[in-house]
Design a protein around this ligand. Structure first.
Ligand SMILES: *Cc1c(COP(=O)(O)O)cnc(C)c1O
Length: 355
């Protein structure tokens, strides 16, 4: 399928200060969009000026949340070279999410081409300073114009892009995290391993309550026994216990992060022992109390590595390590962001160039 490109005749004013870009607030001049109709498949793939969507008020997505999305970044170096990081993995994961949510798949190579073509069209929107990127938000929504709970027959897939500022303005910064006792995010057999909006909708209340108490994120426990560590809002979690990196295994209710997967591969190549297994909150708190938990950090596309300085559970608040940034967290952050930006050799073949 060809991608028809219609360029905007009037371009939006571009940002002047990369340092104040923030995240997800401004969008570029163009978007990729195509439609799916049962019997016909995906059709009319095109890049056109960024615009609002006109949806019928009965549209499936607005009532039954049949929706999936992705999040990834494109980078531009000072000399103008544009790269993306493991984008094909996002195309694969989108299809896994589609499978769970009864939505149509998209040929992975074609989806990658759609992303790369859009990034290429928007090349002047990609910031270049350290930590900045062009964030891509591929999104698929169900769009039948009728009520009724069943898999829709019509879908829209679109990709929008947003120039993003550096997540950290002055180096890595540790956050305080609350282990959530009251609310849950996902259960095995549910939709936890799909990147779908509903998982976020049900997490908002816990996030709001934690924020009021001064915590940056909620660390979810498993929905059945509330005993095992799962993940935080949009990040997977890793812990350094007795020098070993331990992370919850993908048990069906955890989102399989591409940063998680990359950190595991990278850490092993750097000689660290990495265990993917169930981690109980009891094991974690015992290790924290005795000082054997030397580091904890989240992994995700937005922050790459987000060190945790303090864990709160029930009435206990335990600083991790010295409450600052751990050695392993810093090393993994520097190496992974270096690979992403092209300043550290990419032995894994993760980075692809966009022409
Ligand atoms: C997207 C997401 C992540 C992180 O995935 P990356 O591919 O590393 O960005 C982790 N948890 C949840 C719930 C997510 O939605």
């Amino acid at each position: 399928m060809d991608i028809k490109i219609t360029r905007a005749t009037e371009l939006k004013p571009k940002f002047t200060d990369e340092a104040s870009l923030g995240f997800g607030r401004i969008f570029t001049d163009h978007m990729f969009i195509m439609e799916y109709t049962e019997g016909k498949g995906w059709h009319d793939a095109r890049i056109e000026p960024y615009h609002r969507l006109a949806l019928d008020p009965s549209s499936t997505v607005l009532h039954y949340a049949q929706e999936i999305f992705e999040g990834l970044k494109a980078y531009k170096s000072e000399d103008g070279k544009i790269t993306m990081f493991r984008a094909i993995e996002n195309c694969r994961r989108l299809n896994n999410s589609a499978e769970r949510m009864c939505m149509p798949k998209i040929d992975e190579e074609f989806n990658l081409k759609a992303m790369e073509t859009l990034v290429s069209v928007e090349r002047d929107w990609i910031p270049t300073s350290a930590g900045t990127s062009l964030y891509l938000r591929p999104t698929m929504i169900a769009n039948d114009e009728a009520l009724g709970v069943h898999a829709a027959k019509n879908y829209i897939y679109y990709i929008i892009t947003s120039p993003s500022g550096a997540y950290y303005k002055e180096g890595l910064a540790p956050v305080k995290i609350k282990i959530e006792e009251k609310y849950i995010r996902a259960v095995r057999g549910g939709t936890g391993e799909a990147k779908t909006g509903g998982n976020y909708a049900c997490s908002i209340r816990a996030g709001e309550e934690a924020a009021k108490q001064g915590y940056a994120q909620v660390l979810w426990l498993d929905g059945e026994e509330r005993k095992y560590i799962e993940e935080v809002g949009a990040m997977n979690m890793m812990f350094v216990i007795d020098g070993t990196i331990v992370t919850p295994d993908l048990d069906g209710s955890i989102l399989p992060g591409i940063t998680r997967k990359s950190v595991i591969e990278l850490a092993r190549s750097l000689g660290y022992k990495v265990e993917e297994r169930r981690v109980s909150v009891e094991e974690l708190m015992t290790a924290a109390r005795s000082g054997r938990l030397s580091e904890a950090f989240g992994t995700g596309t937005a922050a790459v590595i987000s060190p945790v300085g303090l864990l709160a559970y029930k009435d206990e608040k335990i600083p991790i390590g010295d409450g600052g940034i751990g050695k392993i967290s810093q090393q993994l952050y520097d190496t992974l962001t270096g690979i992403q930006r092209g300043t550290v050799e990419d032995k894994f073949g993760w980075v692809t160039e966009v022409k």
